[in-house]
Write a protein that binds this ligand. Structure first.
Ligand code: ZN
Ligand code: ZN
Length: 318
């Protein structure tokens, strides 16, 4: 039975490039339907040395994957490449960001992968627990995972060399973004000239020979109004090596007011705040299904010169 299920799912997974996968429906607050069917190949970006995969279409599905860190931000409808990621960070409870959550946990179990660790805003943790309880009642499985609720400002050490911090975002329902920090131990200046042997004996005698350097590597906003940019507590978001932020609307056909009404960002606001972004790279996501990749690229080309050459777009599915 299990074998049969594996076969079915692996068939589904290997036929990922099927053009029959529809993209119906639109971003909340965006009335235009019928995005044409995308190609679902594993085309991703290479940003600051990190492969970036996944897809993000406003109102439909958002899942952004850093396979080299085994991390996914939001799960969308649970695309195939998300399943092998061990850590999942959920920004908020809208279905285009959380809909595939039970499938993610169930499919990892099917492939006998380690149970995943899932981070959610603390305010929705109980609801997510209930969601899993409903699925356990439905399929009599355990759906084992570790669920961690985080409040804005909370930090969590993921691995020895990585930690995460939740930051405030501004959406129409409770939401938050995440900053991934690299954590490195460096030898203190005064011990630089010592031999390895001398350093080791110092360490064994209880001397603290290293200090910790943390630096913001990746920040992910999820859905938010542009207000997060001017939140004084979000300085590290604007300093992260890579900022992944939403830009649901890109042209004058949709106003900033419209974007704000639905808790989203308009690309013209990113242009206005151009001077504030110290990031080496900015990956724009969550474009409305109303746009073509050509329209999105044309809008990016018009961004201020201070952003030139460091703005990427996740255009999978457009
Ligand atoms: Zn969304
Ligand atoms: Zn949303």
């Amino acid at each position: 039975m299990e074998h049969q299920k594996s076969k079915e799912i692996s068939e589904i997974l290997t036929s990922e490039s099927s053009p029959t996968m529809g993209r119906q429906g639109t971003t909340k607050g965006d009335e235009l339907p019928n995005k044409s069917s995308p190609s679902m190949g594993n085309i991703g970006l290479l940003v600051e040395g990190y492969p970036v995969e996944g897809l993000s279409i406003g109102g439909q599905e958002t899942c952004v994957i850093f396979p080299s860190l085994r991390i996914a931000f939001d799960i969308g409808r649970c695309p195939q490449r998300a399943i092998s990621q061990e850590y999942l960070f959920i920004s908020h409870g809208h279905l285009d960001h959380i809909g595939g959550l039970p499938m993610y946990v169930a499919t990892r179990k099917l492939y006998q992968m380690k149970q995943p660790t899932i981070f959610v805003p603390a305010s929705i943790k109980e609801s997510v627990e209930r969601l899993f309880d409903v699925h356990r009642a439905l399929d009599q499985s355990e759906l084992r995972h570790t669920l961690i609720g985080m409040n804005v400002g909370d930090e969590f050490q993921i691995r020895k060399d990585l930690k995460v911090k939740a930051f405030r975002t501004y959406h129409v329902i409770p939401s938050q973004g995440y900053i991934i920090y690299s954590v490195k131990q460096k030898l203190k200046q005064e011990y630089m000239t010592l031999s390895g042997h001398e350093i080791k004996s110092l360490r064994l005698s209880g001397v603290e020979v290293t200090y910790t350097v943390t630096s913001p590597e990746i920040a992910f906003t999820g859905d938010t109004m542009s207000d997060f940019v001017v939140d004084p507590n979000n300085a590290d978001v604007l300093k992260a090596r890579i900022l992944i932020m939403e830009s649901t609307f890109v042209d004058n056909a949709m106003s900033i007011e419209h974007a704000r009404e639905y808790g989203h960002t308009h690309m013209s606001e990113i242009a206005s705040y151009a001077e504030k972004f110290q990031n080496k790279a900015i990956v724009l996501i969550h474009f409305s299904a109303r746009y073509t990749s050509e329209e999105i690229e044309a809008a990016i080309a018009k961004l201020p010169a201070t952003l030139a050459g460091r703005v990427y777009a996740l255009l999978q599915g457009f």
